[in-house]
Design a protein around this ligand. Structure first.
Ligand SMILES: [Zn+2]
Length: 123
């Protein structure tokens, strides 16, 4: 399989055209779901049901299942994901000759129905 076999993809989710860095990040995200034995699902990709200016359409956002993570763990779970991904990003920026990673950061936002993960400009 393309991704870590631990990752399940909700039917209808379009991954084609999602930027490779998001796919790479998915492996890290899945590792954290797996560490706590939470089921891991990608629930949103490039398909259309996001706000007009959403990074989903540019391939720089993925949605993740929220309800498999217990409520009391969600905030620290999201922080753990962000720390792991941004550490990876920093490492890549130092070791790869690509401007893509400069001044960017991963943000995972707790939305009403899911976790929204995006790679965005550093604020
Ligand atoms: Zn989203």
């Amino acid at each position: 399989m393309l991704l870590d076999p631990y990752i399940k993809v909700k039917p209808g989710v379009v991954l084609f055209g999602v930027h490779p860095i998001m796919i790479t990040s998915a492996i890290t995200v899945a590792g954290i779901y797996k560490k706590y034995m939470y089921e891991c699902w990608i629930t949103g990709g490039r398909e259309g049901s996001h706000s007009a200016r959403s990074l989903h359409y540019k391939g720089f956002a993925l949605d993740w299942r929220k309800w498999t993570v217990p409520i009391k763990h969600r905030r620290s779970f999201v922080e753990e994901v962000q720390i792991a991904l941004n550490r990876g990003l920093l490492n890549a920026a130092q070791n790869a000759d690509t401007p893509l990673y400069i001044n960017k950061e991963f943000q995972m936002i707790i939305e009403k129905t899911h976790f929204h993960l995006e790679l965005d400009d550093k604020k």
